[in-house]
Design a protein around this ligand. Structure first.
Ligand code: AMP
Ligand code: MN
Ligand code: MN
Ligand code: MN
Length: 285
């Protein structure tokens, strides 16, 4: 089939989204998506439901996840696409990556308490569906609902980010482990939204070259987290490093996300879409 509208990045209640996988599938289809991937943070628990729901709506599906890693003292996200969701090594690695989240969340709440915001752990927990996946997004929802901030954008300016109350440094998976978990499960690893990291040019070069050395093959070029100038910058990076290009909204919630599923510009024509290399892995409806 010829893919017109691929959206290979979004989140359900299995991580920090607000919609069930089935509701996301319906929304993606209504927005004209014809190839979809659900990419919950550090989790593949929604994959079977998402794949089935995609089929119900006549959409092609690729399995997905978004792995949190630490690189050069920065949290970076690596997307996996087209892997076997039942692969044991991948599942074990993801479980270990999720493992530190509860202790981190308690430390985040303690840091918020120091500026007079009490009960944030319990507050955030009310928004969590998957107990292993308490994230900053759940804290952000609680801080908005309890009137501390007007919206989640304000939260991520004033709290939960480096140098602000509620920020707790954390050691995630390594770059090499994340790429290996994905590729050994038959998938392709993709650097998510590179425009979001505050790397120096040297650090960014190191990320891309080490990623390639470990067997990484793709980069997200068109994503809800990028500006239009990021689109052209990372299109050039894809060509420079010989990487496949991906496209995904990073949709989390109808109330919070400014880019809806399937509502992004097309990839620049000079790039090779990641799904062309994954045609064997696409689940057709
Ligand atoms: P965590 O994995 O717990 O560190 O949470 C990271 C999540 O917080 C991301 O996946 C986003 O959903 C959300 N997030 C992080 N930074 C921002 C930001 N500046 N604006 C809005 N959401 C953000
Ligand atoms: Mn998220
Ligand atoms: Mn991300
Ligand atoms: Mn994401």
């Amino acid at each position: 089939m010829s893919i017109l509208n691929a959206d290979l990045h979004c989140h359900s209640v299995v991580s920090d989204g607000t919609l069930e996988p089935e509701a996301l599938a319906a929304r993606a289809r209504a927005n004209g998506v014809d190839l979809w991937a659900l990419t919950d943070h550090d989790e593949v628990g929604g994959q079977h439901r998402a794949r089935e729901a995609a089929g119900v709506h006549g959409m092609a599906y690729l399995t997905g996840t978004e792995i949190s890693i630490s690189f050069a003292d920065t949290t970076v996200h690596i997307i996996g696409l087209g892997f076997d969701p039942d692969n044991v090594a991948l599942q074990t690695g993801l479980r270990a990556t999720r493992g530190g989240r509860e202790a981190r969340a308690r430390d985040m709440a303690a840091s918020l308490a120091q500026v007079g915001i009490h009960g944030a752990f319990e507050g955030a927990l009310r928004y969590v569906s998957n107990p292993e996946l308490i994230s900053r997004t759940h804290f952000a929802r609680h801080l908005v609902e309890s009137g501390v901030c007007n919206d989640t954008y304000e939260v991520f300016r004033k709290y939960l980010v480096e140098g602000k109350p509620g920020y707790v440094p954390h050691r995630w998976a390594s770059l090499g482990d994340s790429v290996r978990w994905i590729t050994q499960a038959g998938g392709i690893a993709v650097i998510a939204h590179p425009g979001r990291y505050k790397f120096t040019p040297n650090e960014e070069y190191a990320l891309f070259s080490e990623f390639k050395t470990h067997g990484g093959q793709g980069v997200e070029v068109v994503t809800g987290s990028h500006t239009t100038s990021d689109y052209s910058k990372y299109a050039d990076t894809a060509l420079e490093f010989g990487l496949l290009a991906s496209r995904g909204s990073d949709f989390h919630s109808p109330a919070e996300s400014h880019i809806d599923l399937g509502a992004l510009p097309a990839l620049p024509k000079k790039l090779t879409p990641v799904w062309e290399a994954l045609s064997e892995r696409v689940q057709h409806p």
